[in-house]
Ligand binder design. Structure first.
Ligand code: SF4
Length: 327
């Protein structure tokens, strides 16, 4: 690839990513099956773009986010960062890419070390990567504190001295410390009150504009991803069932599962009514996903074919992909 092509390359390109966890049993810990947590997921995120990855708990979205960062090793598939295949890079070769890709965790209470000051937490990535002297580090951490809406004087405080929203701001400052290009947010606002959620999402959007950041924003809640995402991928049992730009997902959802998720999202305009669709039953086990369309056990439109034939993810309009026999 030429330097010019690399400069235009998407920040992240994921192709047919799979993560299957072995299920072991017995004294000899024999493998008796697999959990198909992520089962062939593909997407691309451009510079300064956000992809919202949505689905119920257990659909594989968190596993997909961690596999992309190589925090867990993918079973197969390809991950390209800025045009370079990082899927099989060794620890030392991964180091520069670790700096480019950071994560913000869901739980601001447990993701911060209670024995470290907030300043030490935010400065830790700089220390680990040896990119700044002690003084430079303190200056950079103070600037990061100010940027995420905390007072530099709070650098000496411990996590328990902050509110939930403030702790998530510490998590964001830590993720920003190394100047990443991509941030994976794993339910980054789910543990916060609704009013605080909006503040944190606004902060993430401001940072995206300033720094041309790209986000993979993981959430179980479509309403949360609506305002921050340029494109949305809906996951069900390890696979993407619908993927399109945010407007198309909200105005013309094509997959019955997306329709059901959307029916739970409140509409601010009282003149618009969405038909409420309550999903029947639980998400089936990813150890033994149903044959055919994984969604057929809960789908109100299922026909005989759905029980035996798996629908491919097809492009039904430019940039709009759906996995359903009826589309
Ligand atoms: Fe429902 Fe069949 Fe479409 Fe699956 S393929 S979503 S079961 S209609």
């Amino acid at each position: 690839m030429t330097a010019a092509t690399l400069a235009n390359a998407p920040v992240l390109e994921v192709d047919d990513l799979k993560k299957h966890f072995p299920v072991r049993k017995g004294l000899l810990r024999r493998t008796v099956g697999h959990v198909y947590a992520v089962d062939g997921v593909s997407f691309t995120i451009g510079v300064g773009e956000t992809l919202g990855l949505v689905g119920e708990s257990g659909c594989g979205k968190t596993t997909a986010g961690r596999a992309v960062l190589r925090l867990i090793e993918p079973t197969s598939g390809k991950i390209e960062v800025g045009g370079t295949d990082i899927t099989r890079l060794g620890k030392a070769e991964m180091r520069p890419y670790r700096r480019q890709m950071q994560i913000i965790f869901q739980d601001p209470f447990s993701s911060l070390n209670p024995r470290m000051t907030a300043g030490e937490i935010v400065g830790e990535p700089l220390l680990v990567h040896g990119v700044a002297s002690k003084r430079e580090r303190e200056e950079q951490v103070a600037a990061l504190f100010a940027r995420v809406g905390l007072r530099p004087a709070q650098m000496t405080n411990y996590p328990h001295q902050f509110s939930g929203g403030q702790r998530q701001r510490i998590g964001i400052a830590r993720a920003l410390a190394l100047g990443p290009k991509l941030i994976v947010g794993d339910e980054p606002v789910s543990a916060l009150d609704v009013s605080i959620q909006a503040q944190v999402i606004n902060l993430l959007q401001d940072l995206q504009r300033e720094r041309q950041l790209s986000y993979l924003f993981i959430s179980h809640n479509l309403a949360v991803v609506e305002h921050i995402s340029h494109q949305i991928a809906v996951m069900y049992l390890g696979r993407i069932v619908e993927h399109a730009d945010t407007r198309s997902i909200f105005t013309r959802p094509q997959h019955p599962y997306t329709e059901a998720l959307l029916s739970a999202v409140p509409v601010p305009d009282p003149s618009i009514r969405r038909q409420k669709r309550v999903l029947q039953g639980d998400v089936p086990s990813p150890v033994k996903p149903p044959p055919g369309c994984h969604f057929h056990t809960r789908c109100p439109y299922a026909v005989a074919r759905c029980k035996v034939e798996s629908p491919p993810l097809r492009e039904i309009a430019p940039g709009h992909r759906v996995s359903c026999h009826l589309r």
